[in-house]
Design a protein around this ligand. Sequence first.
Ligand code: NDP
Length: 284
Amino acid sequence: MAQFGGRLVVGLIGDPVEHSLSPHMHNAAFEALGIEARYELWPTAAADLGARVESLRRLGTLGANVTVPHKQVAIPLLDVISDTARRIGAVNTIVPRDGELHGDNTDAFGFGRSLAEVLAGRVASRALVVGAGGASRAVLASLQEAGFGEIVPVNRTQGKADTLAGSLDGSEWTAILVNPWNALAELAHSVSVLVNATSIGWHGEDLPFDLEVIAALPDDAVVFDLTYRSTALLRAASKRGLKAVDGLPMLVYQGARSFELWTGRTAPVDSMRQAVLAEQARRV
Ligand code: NDP
């Protein structure tokens, strides 16, 4: 971490950013480790992105997170891009290092940790991923890294899943097989992991697909919803006796990884998790 006389800053670049839980998570981490730093919200319109990214070169800036809609367009503004971020085609973390801006993506790591925690060494081979946006890209990369033999992306707009699969394919041991939306229930019979990577969980009690998909899953399947709240999907999966995991562990682990990239210190994961839970409870 750079030596600096004043308080260090790190921030979230996106539009909008007001809803973010990251300031609570990271400020708790700084406090837990006694680091004189502050995580701020930096709402940034597309026209201001270049200047905002350049400002990260200033002394006293630890780095930044990047969120919607800038995760892809920020890439050409940076000097060095990690292999993971390049494969995913998106950055969510920027670190100034020796005068250069490094772009990384910690979402895949975050999902991977969350997945490993749940599988606890169990071998899973086939995953069904619903959605083909930015989060889905990170999930697919993570599942590939975890050694899944077959990943099946399904998206309402199938062309987006085709594009996504085309840009990620290339691993010898993983087949990425896009399927149509109406095949979901049939596919569910033979998967060990189902991931909802659509944004539907934020909309009240809406389900991303019919409950027959949940009914068709094997008894030992794990259902992930990247939304970090108790969604109708997760409740339906739990009711059926399946393991159901929300997006909170992914959020905390991606944050922990970013924190470690900025500070070089081991992230206080428990403090970060508690801060997120406390802020969520306050918002209800
Ligand atoms: P995007 O906007 O990039 O993608 C949204 C996806 O949802 C698309 O595949 C879209 O399909 C699909 N979708 C939206 N509405 C519907 C609908 N009514 N029916 C079917 N499909 C629909 O979002 P992101 O990929 O960035 O984020 C997805 C989710 O993941 C969000 O809930 C986000 O909060 C969460 N997330 C969680 C993280 C964590 O750390 N836990 C990290 C990042 C994201 P189509 O292409 O057809 O429009």
